[in-house]
Design a protein around this ligand. Structure first.
Ligand code: C2E
Ligand code: MG
Ligand code: MG
Length: 409
């Protein structure tokens, strides 16, 4: 981590000096400074690359923090962002949400005067999660994939699944996993993330073929876990575009029946319900899957893609609260109010609540005492390929020591 580069964007020279000292104390050596957004952009443009970590004040002359975030997003800068400001917590959270919606990786925000202990905690905990998400040979695509390349990848069956554990808070036991698809490149076996190909598959009309391949892989995995005596639910992401195919549910049900996997061990996750054109057709597909016994989950809850309206229309069995409402929740009373009312709503509706993107032990402890059902996030484990997932289970789920649990019985 000490090799990482840091850029401090802050108009007060005194504040810059304090932040530089904190970074040095934390073991960072490559630290640069800019006195406002314009100077920061000039430095980024001149060097041709952005720092690994960007510490950004909000109120600055010329280009302020908000505008800088917009401009960084337009340049597709992949720095991890720490926001510092003397303004109120709810305002900082709003800027965090804005920055993540714009596609930046937000480590968190700190109120001024910045406490060194809080600064260090944020740097260490979040940086480790961030770096672990960037490691593992995952490739950032510079080139947009073409329809032909994606079709070829489907023909060659180069899509693979990684599995991220889901943990029951009360017992700290592994209860399930989410299947997350990656594309293996033909040339060098590197992996490409779904955000770089799912929207393209949707645009090129290849998403159904991809969904069927993913479901086949997931069901085959579930068969192997059942055979190995591992009793887990397996969550599969579906694209809302698939709901335009009336025969979708029949094909999926046939696949599940063929493999004799218990339907109630599969959960289908749905995001972006807002793009569903024909709600009647989508309801026919989703209610059929639910009648067959599969679980239905509303993903990324709270991001605007999925909302309370969809909850009232579709028979969901699970709700996944998005990372933007979970990250740093232990220190954000206004997020706690939103979370606790969502939890109470879920309890009354008989829906399981999953907290997504749990990265910090203090957030885990808050969520546990608040009564949240299930946790998923880098604190527990990043998504892992099959073999490493099995090793992680066999090794006794190494995250438990971090959250002060005794371990599985
Ligand atoms: P999602 O379903 O909300 O999945 C969670 C994403 O958050 C995953 O990214 C996961 O790696 C990441 N994540 C998990 N824990 C943490 C954490 O603690 N911190 C942070 N910052 N991130 C965390 P991934 O694998 O890149 O997937 C991105 C999205 O792509 C998924 O979001 C899902 O919407 C979509 N996707 C993934 N697999 C499939 C698929 O098979 N079919 C379809 N249609 N969409 C998929
Ligand atoms: Mg999901
Ligand atoms: Mg999600």
């Amino acid at each position: 981590m000490n090799d990482s580069t840091i850029l401090i964007v802050e108009d007060s020279a005194a504040q810059r000096a304090v932040l530089r000292q904190f970074c040095q104390n934390a073991g960072f050596q490559h630290i640069s400074e800019a006195e406002n957004g314009r100077a920061a952009l000039a430095a980024i443009d001149a060097s041709g690359q952005a720092a690994d970590i960007l510490i950004c004040d909000l109120e600055m002359p010329e280009i302020d923090g908000i505008e800088l975030i917009n401009l960084l997003s337009a340049r597709q800068i992949s720095s991890a962002l720490i926001i510092v400001s003397g303004r109120e917590r709810s305002l900082l959270s709003a800027v965090e949400l804005m920055a993540s919606t714009e596609g930046l990786y937000v480590l968190g925000s700190l109120q001024k005067p910045v406490q060194e202990s809080c600064f260090r905690q944020l740097l260490y905990q979040s940086c480790q999660s961030w770096l672990s998400s960037k490691r593992g040979g995952v490739k950032q695509t510079e080139l947009q994939l073409t329809k032909e390349q994606l079709q070829q990848a489907l023909n060659d069956r180069r899509f693979v699944l990684h599995y991220q554990p889901k943990i029951d808070f009360a017992s700290a036991k592994l209860i399930g996993a989410e299947a997350l698809v990656r594309l293996q490149t033909a040339e060098d076996d590197q992996l490409i993330f779904p955000n770089d190909f799912i929207p393209l598959c949707e645009r090129f009309g290849l998403i159904d073929e991809l969904s069927y391949q993913v479901i086949e892989l997931a069901i085959a995995q579930q068969q192997r876990w059942v055979a190995a005596g591992l009793d887990l639910t397996l969550s599969i992401n579906l694209s809302a575009y698939s709901f335009e195919q009336p025969e979708f549910s029949a094909r999926v049900i046939a696949l599940i029946k063929d493999c004799a996997v218990p339907p109630n061990s599969l959960i289908f996750e749905v995001t972006e319900t807002g793009v569903i054109k024909d709600i009647g057709r989508a309801l026919a597909i989703l209610t059929r899957l639910r009648l067959f016994g599969c679980g239905l989950s509303i993903d990324d809850y709270g991001t605007g893609y999925s909302s309370v309206k969809q909850l009232s229309q579709i028979p969901f069995t699970e709700l996944k609260v998005d990372r933007s409402l979970i990250h740093g929740i232990c220190g954000k009373p206004h997020l706690q109010v939103i979370f606790e009312s969502t939890l109470s709503m879920c309890q009354k509706l008989g829906i399981e609540l999953v907290a997504e993107g749990v990265e910090r032990p203090d957030d885990w402890r808050y969520l546990l005492q608040a009564g949240c059902n299930t946790a998923q996030g880098y604190l527990i484990s990043p998504p892992l390929p099959e073999q490493r997932f099995s090793q992680w289970v066999a090794a006794g789920m190494t995250f438990l020591s971090q959250v002060g649990e005794k371990g599985q019985s």
